[in-house]
Design a protein around this ligand. Structure first.
Ligand code: KIV
Ligand code: ZN
Length: 517
């Protein structure tokens, strides 16, 4: 009989702590739906007390997700646990994940609390969390650098208080795999079947995946991870790596498996990269664009003769299939619908109609529409916030002769407004003109442009990060077009719409700076 290692995905919480990875509520909902399709056991949807935006996103995700457990993080504080409990209230399966630091360095300098006070606070937190749900996870933050006898003491007390999962985070990515394995072995012997042991490994030394796997071999039965390895600093263990390692090396893991539908790995990775604007490095294991590409002649020859000469996994197993249907200008609605379905999207009728319209516009200008083009179209259709400002026309005069300028027409409140402006470059002129029309004053924090597919007629994807209020974080905007300038204008207006839509629920600086416990 197989034994399951549960997968807790924390892309929407720890992953969102990656610099520049903040997402709006609609984007988080799309990712949560895809994580459910991937069959992750637990979705850590956010940190409810962090901001009204986090609370709202967890609440909406709890209303939508049915199969996966929805979890909110909470410090060991009454107000955090209350916010977490309220945010997950309507979830079909719900979990509160409360934590407090247990290493000497954290207790002394960060918490300024004695070990006894920490145990007391942890026990109170778990007991209070139990009032909202039976499924309570307790984490010993910085367990990787905590004293073993203290860990046993706090674990024992929190289990008695009702914790059903005990998480052992290597918060600063310090441990080596054999050390992590020994630590989990000793804790497994101590805890036995009183609670599930989870691990949460950071990647500061590039060991997060190895540490998670060694933990499983020594008794851990939950891995916390993120898509594409996103997360605080160097990130967390990558879901795709731990899952595919367990599957590929079943000679080592024997009857231990995960519930993950591995065919959804690649679509999930693309969705997360598209939404966050953070692309996995090309040589990233499993999901990098070179992960299944063979460049050298010897390798190519070998693979053509027999795939397994140089491939230990099948591209199809992670959902990287080359699909037979190629779409173009003459493709009809039926072929489009089938293709979208084969890419794993399940669209409502009106979403399908809008996506089809966008596809037709693109197909008029581009000969062959690739799977990545389609993923982009659908993702941007599903994650856009209401279009308060809508780009109608753009005319530019580039910097080759004279001053770069832009004339922009935007629809606002049912009326077309046109204005023109100059700038230090064409993009600057476009953004400044949009500011003049809207009355907002954005500061560009980041600008990225990427060709979605190959060829001269490739679709350009522009991602911008803009600050509209210096007391609030940057918002992301995406723009997609064959023309880079048009894509840039769309991205900037997208960021503006996102800002207006979310401005009341965005984290304020005060909230971010609030003292950590
Ligand atoms: O890295 C860490 O310790 C965490 C905890 C909150 C689980 O993210
Ligand atoms: Zn973490």
């Amino acid at each position: 009989m197989s034994e399951i290692v549960k997968i807790l995905d924390t892309t929407l919480r720890d992953g969102e702590q990656s610099p520049g990875a903040s997402m709006n509520t609609e984007e988080k909902i799309q990712i949560a739906k895809q994580l459910e399709k991937l069959r992750v056991d637990i979705i850590e949807a956010g940190f409810a007390a962090a901001s009204p935006g986090d609370f709202e996103a967890i609440k909406r995700i709890s209303e939508i997700i049915k199969d996966s457990t929805v979890c909110s993080l909470a410090r060991a504080l009454e107000k955090d646990i209350k916010a977490a409990g309220e945010a997950i209230k309507s979830a079909n399966k719900k979990r509160i994940h409360t934590f407090i630091a247990t290493s000497d360095i954290h207790m002394k300098y960060k918490l300024k609390m004695s070990p006894d006070e920490v145990v007391k606070r942890a026990v109170e937190a778990v007991k209070y969390a139990k009032e909202f749900t039976d499924d309570v996870q307790f984490s010993c933050e910085d367990a990787g650098r905590s004293d073993m006898s203290f860990l046993k003491e706090i674990i024992d007390e929190t289990i008695k208080a009702g914790a059903t999962t005990i998480n052992i985070p290597d918060t600063v990515g310090y441990r080596f795999p054999h050390e992590m394995g020994e630590m989990i072995k000793e804790l497994y012997e101590f805890i036995q079947n009183r609670a599930t042991i989870a691990v949460h490994c950071h990647n500061d030394l590039g060991l997060a995946t190895a540490n998670s796997l060694y933990s499983v071999l020594n008794g851990a039965r939950q891995i916390e991870c993120t898509i594409n390895g996103l997360g605080e600093r160097a990130g967390n263990a990558a879901l795709e790596e731990v899952v595919m390692a367990i599957k590929t090396r079943n000679d080592i893991f024997k009857d231990i498996t995960t519930n993950i539908n591995t065919k959804e790995i690649y679509p999930t990775s693309r969705l997360v990269a598209t939404i966050t604007g953070i692309e996995p490095q090309p040589n990233k294991a499993i999901v990098g664009k070179n992960a299944f590409a063979h460049e050298s002649g010897i390798h190519q020859d070998g693979v053509l003769k027999h795939k397994q000469t140089y491939e230990i996994m099948r591209a199809e197993d992670i959902g990287l299939e080359t699909n037979a249907i190629v779409l173009g200008k003459h493709s009809g609605r039926h072929a489009f619908k089938e293709k979208i379905k084969s890419l794993g999207f399940d669209l409502k009728e009106d979403e399908l109609n809008k996506a089809f319209e966008r596809f037709k516009v693109l197909a008029d200008r581009k000969k062959e529409i690739t799977d990545d083009d389609l993923r982009m179209i659908i993702t941007s259709e599903l994650t856009t916030v209401p279009q308060i400002y809508k780009l109608k026309k753009l005319q530019i005069n580039d910097c080759s002769e004279g001053v770069p300028s832009a004339a922009v027409t935007i629809e606002y409140n049912g009326k077309d407004i046109t204005d023109a402006g100059i700038g230090d470059g064409t993009i600057d002129a476009i953004f400044k003109t949009i500011d003049r029309i809207s009355g907002f004053n954005g500061t560009l924090n980041d600008y990225k442009v990427k060709a979605v597919s190959k060829g001269k007629d490739a679709l350009a994807k522009v991602v911008v990060k803009v600050v509209f209020d210096k007391n609030k974080p940057a918002v992301i905007g995406h723009g997609l077009s064959i023309d880079t300038m048009l894509a840039s204008a769309k991205a900037y207006i997208g960021a503006l719409n996102s800002y207006i839509f979310m401005k009341d629920i965005l984290k304020t600086k005060r909230c971010q700076e609030e003292e950590e416990i």
